[in-house]
Structures are given as C-alpha cells and as structure tokens.
Design a protein around this ligand. Structure first.
Ligand SMILES: NCc1ccc(-c2ccco2)nc1
Length: 328
C-alpha cells in the first residue's frame, strides 16, 4: 500500500506538522528523519504540560496495549526532550497502516515542547537502532510499514510557506523536475547520513570540507554546516554579520542571496536556492533577517528544512539510499 499526508509549515517554517491517526485519534505530529522515536502528548501528562495541546487519550483507544515495564527517554540536539512509558496501537498515516506500532507516551516533556502548542509529538523516521525504548528497543513506523509498502520508500515534499506532503510507498515523479539523483547512505550512526565534502556558492570556485558528513533531518529547521562554508557563503552578502546577540549570521532582508550547492555522497551536487536561505526577520521592522544556513561545530552537518524547501527528497529503506531533485 501507500500513504500520503499533508506537511503544514508552522510559525514561519520553523517546523512541519502532519496528521497521524493513532487508535482512532488524530494528532498533528512532527515527522523527524533525524530521530527514531514516535512519542505523543497524552492524558498521562500533567494538566500544565497538556495546556494548549491535543493529547492522545489513553483511556479512549480500544486498541492500545500497554507494554509492561517499557520506558523511553529522548533528548534532541536543541536541548529539548521527553520521557515516559510505552504501548502499542494501530497507526495510520494517510492510509499506510501499522497495527502494532510502539507508541511512546510522554509523562514528562521539556518546556520548549509544552510551549510549541502546534506539535503534539514526533514521528521518528531515522533508523530503528536509535530508538530509545528500554529494555526492548522498538521499530520506527517506516520499518514496521515497509514490508507492506508498494515500494520501501518515503518522500519529503516540504515547501516554503506552503502545504507540502510526506508520502510512504511511492515516489510521485510529478512533484520534482528532471531525474532524481541517488547516493548511498551510511547507516552506522543510525541517521540518513552521506558524505558531503564539496560546496559551491553561486558560480564561484568550489570549496572543500575534507571528511564532511551530513544527515538529512526533517526535524531540524535550518541547514547547519561548517563555519568555513558559512563564512565563505555570507562573504558574498553585503552587510552580513555574525551577531552573537541573535545567535548567528544576519543580513539585510532585501539582500540578494546566492544559491548554495552541496555534495551528496560524492555522487552529485544539489542546490539550495538563495531565496530559501533568507529564513526570517529578527526585528519588527523586518529590516534584518536571520540566515537559514548557520554554523555547527561538528563535522556531522545537519541539513534541515532549509534544504528540504529546495529539494524533493526520497528515503529508500530497501537499499539505504537517498534521492534528491528540485521541486516541481
Ligand atoms: N530534531 C528533533 C526535534 C524536533 C522538534 C523539537 C522541538 C523542540 C520544541 C519544539 O519542537 N526539538 C527537536
């Protein structure tokens, strides 16, 4: 079978939310190709933590079965996290259904998740080896769904300030231009990881990031790469400054930002449109804007939603490869 759901950008493309049916209850969740836990806000949480959220009511599902003794605890790169207990239930994502999916039921969530009332949990779509459930590690929705999917794939079609889609089991060739290009994924760390050692700003001389690796992460807002690439990129932008107060590089909102091409697995170069690198204003007048490309002090680069807004991306769990093509 196949399944398709909308991916709706929230608060200026900070994150994308998709409807997921769990035991007959529909919640808007954040699909995250950078982690491997499916967890939800639910009726076990304190009233304070539930405030503003749609929660999964554990008493209302007729198919929920609690997993005795199982717990989870997850923390993310941005310092957020959640922890709780675990059950299994039927999960339906746009028609793709798994009858016994591990549902991680938060009993504690960090403040930033409580404050983010648009999101009621995450669907982890990285590799199951990263799942945090103990004592028995659980499989992701994609791993569980794969055997019944027409093709062992899911795709991310994320758009700038527009509704896009996640699809399981098929690659909709009408959603991208040209031929999709593919690269091998290294699953050792449990991510959709590939080498990314070459960058090109506009039509300037390409630059090398020896040993550079990257992950494709729908659950991260920005595109995080090496300081060398960030400096080289914004050297082309009049008025760009690294503003410690704001927490990264800003520039005049009316800047003409160049495109940025990046290497995917040594197999092909993919492009991020300059317009997609103008992320958001930092001041009320909308004069100064925050860059969508920012530095990370690690050679594991994180290509988040800024990249997905320029590239239609296919994740192939059958042969562990990643495909990209410019959106239609
Ligand atoms: N990359 C995983 C991830 C996703 C969302 C969040 C988050 C924090 C507050 C609201 O959302 N944190 C980390």
């Amino acid at each position: 079978g196949t399944g398709k759901v909308t991916a709706t950008p929230i608060n200026g493309d900070v994150e994308y939310l998709s409807p997921v049916n769990i035991g007959g209850q529909t919640l808007n969740l954040d699909f995250d190709s950078g982690s491997s836990d499916l967890w939800v806000f639910n009726s076990q949480l304190s009233t304070a933590s539930q405030t503003g959220h749609t929660v999964f009511n554990v008493a209302k599902s007729q198919t929920l079965q609690m997993m005795t003794g199982a717990t989870y605890s997850i923390s993310y790169g941005d310092g957020s996290g959640s922890a709780g207990n675990v059950g299994t239930d039927t999960v339906n994502i746009g028609g793709a259904t798994v009858t016994s999916q591990a549902i991680e039921l938060a009993t504690a969530v960090s403040a930033s998740f409580v404050e983010d009332t648009a999101s009621n949990g995450l669907v982890g779509l990285a590799f199951s080896k990263l799942n945090t459930v103990k004592p028995t590690q659980q499989k992701t929705f994609f791993d569980n769904a794969m055997p019944n999917l027409a093709e062992p794939v899911f795709t991310a079609d994320l758009r700038s300030n527009a509704v896009g889609a996640y699809e399981f089991g098929a690659i909709d060739t009408s959603k991208f231009n040209g031929t999709m290009q593919w690269a091998a994924v290294n699953t050792t760390n449990g991510f959709w990881q590939f080498s990314s050692e070459k960058f090109q700003v506009g039509d300037a001389t390409p630059m090398a990031v020896p040993g550079g690796q990257a992950i494709a992460d729908t659950g991260t807002t920005l595109m995080l790469t090496s300081a060398a690439v960030v400096n080289a990129y914004y050297a082309n932008v009049q008025g760009a400054v690294n503003d410690q107060q704001v927490g990264g590089v800003t520039f005049p909102c009316n800047s003409q930002l160049p495109d940025l091409q990046f290497d995917v697995g040594g197999s092909f170069m993919a492009n991020v449109k300059g317009s997609d690198i103008n992320f958001a204003p930092v001041d009320n007048a909308g004069t100064t804007c925050f860059g969508g490309v920012q530095a990370i002090q690690s050679n594991l680069q994180i290509y988040g939603d800024i990249m997905f807004k320029s590239q239609f991306v296919a994740f192939n769990g059958g042969n562990n490869s990643i495909g990209m093509a410019p959106h239609q």
